[in-house]
Write a protein that binds this ligand. Structure first.
Ligand SMILES: Nc1ncnc2c1ncn2[C@@H]1O[C@H](COP(=O)(O)OP(=O)(O)OP(=O)(O)O)[C@@H](O)[C@H]1O
Length: 221
């Protein structure tokens, strides 16, 4: 996937500004503060928002998307899972994420974390270019790392663009894009992310720690 000069406005407000990047194989993380444009970018890529300018090139493959919100008072979980034109290997990801017991339930009655796992299972099942909006939010520790393991196993066959707030996820990424006010402030290998860049983007002092070969960004309180 390649994005060139993408621009999205809401009224007079420019939310995505001349954004360009090429999505490589594997896992690309989309980081950025609240309101920096991550959801708007993902919604534009999936076709939910019509951009005001720019070009989008999709080589081949099927785009899928797990949103950060989905409300439907009348659908069973299995209906949410299989809704739409795309078809997928639902059983495999339902099993891998251990959500079989949720399928017959009314989707709106699920807990926030359960809903998130269902939406993630749907996106993993349906596409090979998988866009995810905060897949780890509300998800408990074990499910979070179960999902990391699943993504790791799929990184050779699918491309991922994943918007997250959890900075420790840089350890599992091939590439990181940092958005700030609708612009790309950083794009590159996660090892190249610096305290200075993140401190400036989040307007909060960040420290970089290396522990057991892993990188952690912690607040410098
Ligand atoms: N439909 C809309 N109309 C007007 N403004 C909007 C609309 N959707 C988003 N915005 C604004 O666009 C900006 C980017 O929002 P977006 O949801 O893309 O940010 P985000 O990076 O996903 O934030 P968060 O981390 O809080 O989820 C915000 O200032 C938001 O208030």
């Amino acid at each position: 996937m390649m994005v060139k000069g993408l621009r999205v406005k809401f009224g007079d407000k420019v939310v995505i500004d001349e954004l360009s990047f090429e999505l490589k194989k594997g896992v690309t993380l989309l980081l950025g503060p609240n309101g920096s444009g991550k959801t708007t970018l993902l919604r534009t890529l999936i076709g939910m928002i019509k951009p005001d300018g720019g070009e989008l090139f999709l080589e081949r493959g099927i785009l899928s998307y797990s949103p950060s919100e989905f409300f439907s008072p009348q659908m069973k979980t299995y209906e949410v899972l299989t809704a739409g034109k795309r078809k997928g290997d639902y059983d495999k990801y339902v099993k891998l994420l251990g959500i079989e017991r949720l399928l017959e339930r009314d989707f709106y009655t699920l807990s926030s974390g359960e809903k998130r796992l269902v939406l993630v299972a749907k996106a993993l099942s349906e596409g090979n270019l998988v866009l995810m909006d905060e897949p780890f939010s509300y998800v408990d520790f074990a499910n979070k790392y179960k999902l990391v393991q699943i993504i790791n196993q799929l990184r050779d066959e699918k491309q991922f663009l994943i918007a997250v707030h959890e900075l420790e996820m840089v350890n599992y990424a091939d590439e990181v894009i940092v958005l700030n006010r609708g612009r790309v402030n950083f794009k590159g290998r996660p090892e190249l992310l610096t305290e200075e860049l993140l401190s400036s983007v989040y307007n909060f002092k960040v420290r970089k720690l290396k522990v057991g070969g892993m990188t952690f960004f912690t607040p410098d309180l």
